[in-house]
Design a protein around this ligand. Structure first.
Ligand SMILES: Cc1cc2nc3c(=O)[nH]c(=O)nc-3n(C[C@H](O)[C@H](O)[C@H](O)COP(=O)(O)O)c2cc1C
Length: 311
């Protein structure tokens, strides 16, 4: 149960927690929960399987830290099986970072990250078939900022995207804790409002220009960006990207860095090719974009109890 709890603390798109765990004699199976899809922002379930990969990595790190051997396999359908055996508990700083990591959607202080830490970040994300490209140059970050803001603008002009986002927003701590999922507004520095007011205030006050300006400032305040690119498209490959990404996020947390996703140029498909060119990977399909830097700790996102994700 502890391993599943740690797995559930992984990054996941819209905090839908699109996973189910099945415990058997041989170990733990990790399966997609398609009832938690977000078809507008993620029509091909790319983010869903990346999220499963993030959970898988937390599970594997926790198992080895807690004294199990843990051999994982993944089918082409993105279903994972972890075989657990008796091993020796070993200290792993990434294990300690699992509960501390968060997606920090705040201004960072712009301080550069030392080169040796950048190297550690890139090394940490080495997984078969996944590449990570770092950008720390202000001009490149500016180009990526413009692309992310353009993507944000498209998304906020799409009633389907806005409606889906609104369904996953939790406007106060009571709603966040009752559901145990979704995007709690305080995590993004937005107001806490009663349930009867939140959705109406969101409709009345959501302003693309204000949101775009905020995003632009957040990206400009970051020390660097990381772009993840998998060799292949498909569920098993997206799981690998998720595993690499979660290792990167945990390593960043362990180095005192904050991180957040800025996936607009991946989600708005016409922008993907330009993103690939900016990353020096023309013709490839980029999977994820992250920003990182030194910043404050924000309120943590809720999670559902283990009992809710067990089959
Ligand atoms: C595949 C994937 C895509 C994501 N895309 C975004 C995004 O575009 N913008 C954003 O602010 N957060 C994004 N997130 C972060 C999730 O919203 C976040 O992980 C979730 O709300 C749980 O919060 P936590 O990371 O603080 O635990 C993404 C996470 C994953 C795994």
């Amino acid at each position: 149960m502890d391993l599943i709890r740690y797995a559930s603390l992984a990054a996941n798109s819209h905090n839908t927690q699109p996973w189910l765990f099945q415990v058997g004699n041989e170990g733990i199976r990790l399966l997609p929960d398609f009832a938690r899809r977000t078809p507008v922002v993620d029509p091909d379930d790319h983010h869903l399987f990346v999220s499963l990969g993030c959970a898988a990595e937390n599970l594997a790190i926790s198992a080895e830290a807690m004294g199990y051997t843990c051999a994982g396999t993944c089918t082409d359908d993105g279903i994972m099986q972890f075989q657990l055996g008796a091993g020796v508990a070993r200290s792993d700083p990434l294990f300690g970072a699992i509960a501390r990591r968060q997606s920090t959607r705040a201004l960072y202080d712009g301080r550069p990250v030392p080169n040796n830490h950048l190297d550690i970040l890139v090394q940490s994300a080495m997984r078969p078939g996944v590449r990570v490209v770092l950008m720390t140059d202000a001009r490149q970050i500016g180009q990526m900022r413009d692309l992310a803001v353009a993507g944000n603008n498209v998304q906020l002009g799409d009633p389907g995207f806005v409606g889906e986002l609104k369904r996953w927003l939790r406007f106060n701590p009571r709603a966040a804790m009752a559901k145990g999922d979704g995007l709690y507004t305080a995590c993004t520095g937005n107001p806490v409002l009663p349930d009867w007011l939140g959705p109406h205030a969101f409709d009345l006050f959501l302003n693309a220009k204000v949101e775009n300006d905020k995003l632009a400032r957040q990206i400009a305040s970051s020390s660097g960006l990381a772009i993840f690119i998998g060799d292949r498209a498909g569920r098993a490959s997206w799981v690998e990207t998720g595993r690499a990404c979660q290792r990167f996020l945990l390593t960043a947390a362990q180095l005192g860095l904050k991180s957040a996703f800025i996936n607009q140029p991946v989600e708005v498909t016409p922008f993907r090719s330009e993103l690939a060119v900016l990353a020096g990977e023309a013709g490839k399909r980029p999977d994820l974009v992250l920003r990182f830097g030194y910043g404050p700790t924000m309120p943590y996102a809720p999670r559902r109890p283990v009992s809710a994700v067990l089959i």
